[in-house]
Write a protein that binds this ligand. Structure first.
Ligand code: SAM
Length: 681
């Protein structure tokens, strides 16, 4: 196995780049080098001869690669273990009791945390540990004014065997939630239920009288009142695609066209002039997975920050924000991941490998048994670059081994067949791949290649708890990563033309400068010309995405912000008629003639317009200081950019600053998250 060694001092650029490329590629496969995967890779690698590698290097199909690696006997010595935090009734009761104390002390926020942990740890199939924890948490949520979440907890408590003698309490709470939500008909029904349930309680006569009076009083308050029947629709679309939807790619604007070239692969261009501030994509991911550090705080299905945890009935590894999201996960990906995700993480597998796994588990076993569906699915995957032809045999070896590990875990999760009760026989049998297993293995391998170059981070802006809401008090946070096949066809430019924000996992892409008809629309993959030097950008892009960037910022060697001052006196002024740069402008001569269209223009008038337009920029700067004025600031910067692009060619400092601000401001359109305040306990 020939892995490149870390280059020594004095190594050539080519040697450094080749090594960096190998390391970046490994990072997309293996996240934690201390995990067991790399050790297993070394052990298996010891059994690989140069003959084997020569043959392996020649394969052009992923199925052949899987078969080859699967046939290496020593790789089957790896024992796949279920590894997950199981339920614990005693611990759950202990945590609930702590929650009770905090609630009595009116520390609702902390009580909510303890109750949620009690719920996560409570067994789902025995006694009333779970239901009582839900019932208690519903009381906290009621006091916090979270009426919808309170209603959900009451349903969950009742679903999970809440003690009959206490039903009157949760029915009364349910009725009060409806009352607060101004749903008086439902409230009256629930108060009646509470009165009936009182008969099953074991409270003494005095308390019974008190409860009956209180419930009747509240019931009276609801009579004759009109229901508020316009519940807020949370998930309605808040954007409109510029020019409507494309006929071939419904999540893209009709103003976009797909082109391709040998050097650039496929890329999107503007089919007509597109101004700044327009929505050009709105796409839901093919699959997406939460980042590891968000698993305890965000919903594994919809990625929302969770207020009241709804757990998996079996493991304590993941959380959901609602029954709907939990049920969705249980009906799709989670049963196959539940007992092994923590094991895979211990192995050190990358986030990309987790996405590859999710792409299989989400679709479920039935899907992969259907040959035609799989062929269609592969066709879709094959539309995305995998740069197969540029991969080294060692890269393929590592990626194939990772696909085999994921396949082994799927086998152990009984993805392919039902549990037979004989573990030894099962493990033995699994060494011979069935047709479906081989198909899934090959798809896993393809996915691992594709995700490397096409995955997007799903991010949001987070405010800091207890601090005033302002841009300076927010931080961008990475929530998840996913695969967006249509948007993935956007190529990179160090001077990107569009930015994104997220509505849940839906990615919305907006132009931040005008793009003329026929021009390529690019996003920025990370290295920006304003912040990163040319050589660093080139190296990063080559190592991570395997291409040499030839964007205008690279070919023109545009300066970073740090060196902009030297440029300010050399604005590249454009002919207002044909947008060609006037060469050798002399500001002392009032009229200037365009070398392309031969039109004459008044230079001092153009300069005056440029200065006037900069007042929109300054207005944007003032507006963005106030959180409430974000949309107004977006409008001011957008107006500035649209006009500036017709007067001055980049690089133009204010233009790029405005685009940076637009990026931040547009990000605030997504759902805000909160980060704990480091100063509070
Ligand atoms: C997310 S894909 C973009 C779409 C891709 N061109 C295709 O045909 O599917 C990323 C890959 O596209 C290529 N790419 C992106 N930007 C490029 C650029 N500016 N010049 C050349 N190739 C680029 C690189 O191979 C990169 O790994």
């Amino acid at each position: 196995m020939e892995w490149l060694e870390e280059p020594r001092r004095g190594a050539s650029d080519a040697e450094i780049e080749a090594y960096m490329r190998q390391e970046c590629s490994t990072d997309t496969c293996v996240a934690n080098k201390e995990g067991f995967f790399l050790k297993w890779q070394t052990q298996v690698g010891e059994h690989i001869t140069s003959n084997f590698m020569n043959k392996f290097a020649k394969w052009t199909s992923d199925e052949d690669r899987i078969v080859d690696i699967w046939c290496i006997k020593p790789m089957h010595t790896l024992k796949i273990q279920p590894f997950f935090t199981a339920k614990n009734a005693d611990k759950s009761v202990e945590l609930r009791t702590k929650g009770n104390t905090l609630f009595q002390e009116k520390n609702e926020k902390r009580a909510l945390i303890w109750y949620s942990q009690a719920i996560s740890l409570a067994p789902h199939d025995v006694g009333d540990v779970l239901s009582v924890a839900y019932g208690n948490r519903s009381a906290v949520l009621f006091h916090m004014g979270e009426y919808r979440l309170c209603l959900e907890d009451i349903d969950l408590a009742l679903e999970s065997n809440y003690p009959r003698k206490l039903h009157f309490k949760v029915f009364d709470r349910r009725a009060q939630c409806y009352q607060k939500l101004r749903q008086f008909t439902a409230a009256q029904g629930a108060f009646q239920d509470a009165l009936k349930a009182l008969e099953l309680s074991d409270i003494d006569a005095k308390k019974m009288k008190m409860w009956t009076n209180d419930i009747n009083k509240r019931l009276e308050q609801c009579k004759g009142k009109e229901d508020n029947d316009s519940p807020v629709k949370e998930d309605s679309l808040s954007y409109r695609l510029f020019d409507g939807a494309s006929a071939t790619h419904p999540c893209a604007s009709a103003a976009l066209e797909l082109r391709s070239s040998k050097e650039m692969g496929r890329y999107w261009v503007a089919g007509r002039d597109i101004p700044a501030g327009q929505v050009i994509f709105g796409e839901t991911p093919l699959s997406a997975v939460l980042k590891e550090d968000k698993i305890g705080s965000h919903c594994s299905t919809c990625f929302k920050q969770v207020i009241a945890v709804v757990p998996c009935p079996t493991c304590c590894n993941v959380i959901f924000c609602s029954r709907a999201c939990r049920n969705d996960a249980l009906a799709t990906f989670h049963p196959w991941e539940c007992k092994h995700v923590a094991y895979l993480k211990a192995g050190g597998i990358s986030h990309n490998a987790q996405i590859a796994m999710r792409m299989i588990t989400e679709r479920g076993p039935k899907f992969f048994k259907d040959r035609e569906k799989c062929a269609d699915y592969l066709k879709k995957l094959n539309l995305l670059v995998s740069l197969e032809e540029h991969r080294s045999p060692t890269d393929f070896f590592q990626r194939t081994l990772m696909a085999c590990l994921l396949l082994k875990v799927l086998q152990r999760s009984h993805f392919f067949y039902k549990w037979t009760g004989d573990l030894e026989a099962e493990i033995q049998g699994e060494e011979d791949l069935t047709e479906v297993e081989l198909r899934v293995g090959a798809i896993l391998l393809k996915q691992l290649q594709v995700i490397q170059f096409n995955a997007h981070t799903i991010g949001a802006l987070a405010s800091i708890e207890g601090r005033e809401l302002s841009l300076s008090n927010t931080r961008p946070v990475k929530i998840a990563s996913g695969l967006y096949p249509t948007m993935s066809l956007l190529n990179h430019s160090c001077y990107g033309g569009c930015v994104r924000y997220y509505e849940g996992s839906k990615m919305v892409m907006i132009t931040v400068r005008p793009v003329l008809k026929g021009e390529m629309i690019c996003e920025n993959y990370g290295p920006k010309f304003t912040k990163d030097e040319f050589t660093a950008r080139q190296r990063k892009l080559y190592s991570r995405y395997w291409f040499r960037c030839g964007c205008e910022a690279c070919t023109g060697r545009w300066p970073t912000y740090e060196h902009f001052e030297e440029l300010s006196s050399q604005l590249k002024i454009l002919c207002p008629k044909c947008l060609t740069i006037f060469p050798n402008v002399n500001l002392d001569v009032p009229m200037v003639k365009c070398t392309k269209c031969c039109g004459s223009s008044n230079l001092s008038l153009i300069m005056k317009n440029i200065k006037e337009n900069e007042s929109s920029f300054r207005q944007g700067m003032l507006l963005m200081e106030d959180w409430k004025n974000r949309e107004k600031a977006i409008s001011a910067f957008t107006e500035f950019v649209n006009l500036a692009a017709r007067m001055v060619a980049p690089p133009y400092r204010e233009m790029h600053l405005a685009q940076d601000h637009l990026r931040t401001l547009i990000f605030t359109r997504g759902k805000m998250h909160t980060l704990p305040n480091p100063k509070s306990k």
